[in-house]
Design a protein around this ligand. Structure first.
Ligand SMILES: Cc1cc2nc3c(=O)[nH]c(=O)nc-3n(C[C@H](O)[C@H](O)[C@H](O)COP(=O)(O)O)c2cc1C
Length: 145
């Protein structure tokens, strides 16, 4: 079984906590997660993955982080997503999740099948947030089978 790939950007660590909790859920469900910060990620990792989770907090004014994550996501526009399942996640603070809605639309425009709605958590996940992340991780494993 191939690994579940989790690629994220996190400035102050909240989205990173989500990424690690999703990875725990993947591992607890009996699979293996590859957790990669976007600066160490490559387009090829996405091409090869069957099931991928991308994480990024709401930055700027309801946009993806612009130096690394946004260009990375834009670079994926010509990948064939038809046989891939994609989950999105990220932390936010004062907004209403607009960045995530726009990101979902962008990924659907690339032809990605999204696994539910993007998982958004305000600031750092509490115990229930961690459980939500783990549950997403176990869902990812089902899509990766
Ligand atoms: C420069 C900057 C811009 C931000 N813009 C937004 C925003 O538009 N909407 C929002 O809900 N939160 C915004 N936030 C809050 C972050 O999304 C929030 O602090 C989040 O937990 C950061 O996640 P991280 O720890 O993974 O970097 C912004 C934070 C920073 C530093």
């Amino acid at each position: 079984m191939s690994k579940v790939t989790i690629i994220y950007w996190s400035g102050t660590g909240n989205t990173e906590v989500m990424a690690e909790a999703i990875a725990s859920g993947v591992n607890e469900a009996g699979s293996t997660a590859e957790v990669v910060s976007v600066e160490n990620a490559s387009k090829d990792m996405v091409v090869k993955a069957k099931t991928i989770a991308f994480g990024c907090p709401s930055m700027g004014a309801e946009v993806l982080e612009e130096e690394l994550m946004e260009p990375f996501i834009e670079s994926l526009s010509d990948i064939d997503f038809s046989d891939k399942s994609v989950a999105l996640f990220g932390s936010y603070d004062w907004g209403d999740g607009e960045w995530m809605r726009n990101w979902e639309e962008q990924m659907q425009g690339f032809g990605a099948k999204l696994i539910g709605s993007g998982l958004i958590i305000r600031l750092s996940p509490d115990a229930s947030g961690v459980e939500q992340c783990k549950s997403l991780g176990s869902q990812l494993v089902k899509f990766n089978e």
